[in-house]
Design a protein around this ligand. Structure first.
Ligand SMILES: NC(=O)c1ccc[n+]([C@@H]2O[C@H](COP(=O)([O-])OP(=O)(O)OC[C@H]3O[C@@H](n4cnc5c(N)ncnc54)[C@H](O)[C@@H]3O)[C@@H](O)[C@H]2O)c1
Length: 443
């Protein structure tokens, strides 16, 4: 069990890595500005596992625990170049200013860098995002959806040429789209491509971006709960072109807390009768989620978590009939500084009730940016290691982890963390760590 495996062949992270984000709003500008702030040494990449975490290798007695970024051949922050698309014309400085996440002091210092990043015109359909207000005219408005996908592919090529990047990752940081269930046009690639040529209304803009990236063999990350790549047609394309996929919906704020706390309660066989979660949020994301159709996409993503972690079918005495309610209230004065309340009705010995209250005053995009950074760097690694399709080992970062239809998603943060680190050990030919050993087993 302690035997090392064979190291997987991984192409080196030579040259520059281009990162393209559909959506240059709060999350994207906090990511881009944040990476530049770290590069300049004016802030630390707190919250980023790739930049700050170590990984234990071998027996505890060996005392080997390198930083992950020194263990696996990740692209360095200095090699990253950023670009993206948005329906607004604002450059990254204006967008960051509007988002009100980064402080004035950081924004002033980063201004010339952020101003240089201007949005390319977006593929947009107001039926999928209803609540955006303002001048949303930076869009590709001619041709079929297939022609728009081809225009996105040209944008990717032009960006790569202009910035002299060797590899690309595309990472969705745009608004949450209206709820969409799988339709006939999503069933296989041939139907989907026909649908693109005919501009089938069941193809959402996020699917057009994903198609364009995957067609070119570029890794694609879905940071929102949109259906997007979670359809057979795009899985087929990812397989055909050898492109890695990861998603959906960054796990930040309240859901992060849920996936930390719920596994602990279950580990101690404490019951949960109800979990009521409510939020106030005042940024543009909150405004978009004020539309019931976009909220439904988010709600589905948030609600799935507890059932999978607590497994009421296996533990009916503890979790059957659990009442789980999630609310998001758009409250403009708060901006990006979300407040999330949880009331958890738990059940102890002999059925005696108890309560836990959480009041999390968080900053949404400050939590999301390091998640986006890690996933982008790991997806670039996955591509260079020849991994394609769903990267389940990145479930750690998502509220609704992508999974193959025959598997259920893993939501428990600690299982997810073990899977992530063991995948890195596997890629580098190190033995997985099972925490099975003690002195008698010699590891
Ligand atoms: N902030 C978090 O903690 C967090 C966590 C999980 C998921 N998310 C998701 O990440 C996404 C981005 O969040 P945000 O806070 O940056 O939102 P935001 O509103 O600040 O930015 C989204 C941007 O996307 C643009 N956009 C919308 N449709 C587009 C399209 N088709 N093409 C190009 N641009 C488009 C909007 O104009 C806007 O500028 C949202 O879907 C959100 O739900 C955020």
């Amino acid at each position: 069990m302690t035997d090392k495996g064979k190291k997987i062949s991984i192409a080196p992270a030579k040259g520059l890595l281009g990162v393209l984000t559909p959506g240059l709003g709060a999350v994207a500008t906090t990511l881009i500005g944040g990476v530049e702030a770290v590069r300049r040494g004016i802030a630390k990449p707190i919250g980023s596992v790739t930049q700050m975490s170590t990984i234990r290798l071998g027996k505890r007695t060996e005392k080997r625990a390198p930083l992950i970024k020194d263990f696996v051949p990740l692209a360095g922050l200095d090699s990253m170049r950023f670009g993206g698309w948005d329906v607004f014309h604002d450059d990254c400085y204006q967008a960051a200013h509007h988002a009100e996440v980064l402080h004035k002091q950081h924004l002033d210092e980063l201004r010339p860098f952020l101003e240089r990043i201007k949005p390319m015109s977006a593929v947009f359909d107001p039926r999928y995002v209803k609540k955006l207000k303002g001048d949303t005219t930076n869009v590709k408005d001619k041709g079929s959806l297939m022609e728009k996908a081809e225009a996105l592919m040209r944008d990717m090529d032009d960006f790569a040429k202009r910035e002299k990047v060797d590899r690309l990752v595309v990472c969705w940081c745009a608004s949450t789209e209206a709820f969409l269930a799988e339709k006939p046009v999503h069933k296989d690639l041939a139907k989907f491509e026909k649908g693109l040529r005919e501009s089938n209304p069941d193809i959402a803009p996020s699917m057009v971006y994903a198609y364009a990236a995957l067609k070119k063999g570029i890794p694609y990350v879905n940071g929102a709960p949109n259906l997007s790549t979670d359809i057979p047609a795009l899985l087929e394309l990812a397989d055909k072109t050898g492109s890695p996929l990861a998603g959906k919906d960054y796990k930040t704020g309240q859901t992060l807390m849920k996936t930390i706390l719920a596994p602990g309660l279950k580990a101690r066989m404490l019951g949960v009768a109800g979990w009521f979660s409510t939020n106030i949020l005042g940024n543009r994301d909150g405004e978009v989620l004020d539309d019931p159709e976009s909220f439904k996409t988010k709600e589905v993503s948030k609600l799935g978590v507890l059932d999978y972690i607590l497994q009421p079918d296996l533990y009916p005495d503890l979790y059957k009939g659990l009442c789980h309610v999630v609310r998001i209230n758009y409250y403009p004065p708060r901006g990006d500084a979300k407040e999330g309340w949880d009331n958890i009705d738990i059940v102890g010995w002999l059925g005696y009730p108890m309560q836990i209250k959480i009041d999390f005053l968080c900053r949404d995009s400050i939590l999301a940016a390091p998640v986006a950074l890690d996933v982008i760097l790991f997806m670039d690694l996955a591509k260079r290691a020849g991994l394609k399709g769903i990267q389940e080992w990145l479930s750690f970062y998502f509220k609704s982890p992508l999974h193959l239809p025959k598997l259920y998603p893993e939501h428990d943060l600690f299982i997810q963390q073990m899977k992530l680190k063991n995948t890195l050990r596997y890629l580098m030919g190190e033995a997985p760590i099972t925490h099975l050993g003690n002195e008698y087993y010699d590891f």
